[in-house]
Design a protein around this ligand. Structure first.
Ligand SMILES: [Zn+2]
Length: 87
């Protein structure tokens, strides 16, 4: 993980694919955002296309599928009863 990576956030309407996969290396995926400086894996710029998790599971590598499943949900879709996290 590179903490200095910055991202464009992408608005994804509900029900639309929100997992952006690099179509050059098929090894990087981000939810509802794309890296500003291109793919951190292969350097390709503008190579990200949105897919849903079902599509990724259909043709993705195990590694890509795992990364897709690990992507955090967008903040506004996470049900949170309170904003305080228990330390
Ligand atoms: Zn790539």
């Amino acid at each position: 993980m590179n903490p200095s990576l910055s991202f464009w956030s992408v608005e994804c309407p509900e029900g639309e694919p929100d997992l952006f996969v690099c179509l050059t290396c098929f090894d990087e995926v981000f939810r509802a955002k794309v890296p500003v400086e291109g793919c951190p894996g292969c350097g390709a710029i503008g190579a990200f296309e949105p897919f849903n998790i079902a599509a990724i599971k259909d043709w993705g590598t195990e590694d890509l599928i795992r990364k897709a499943e690990q992507q955090p949900l967008p903040p506004d879709s996470v049900p949170s009863a309170n904003s305080n996290s228990v330390g």
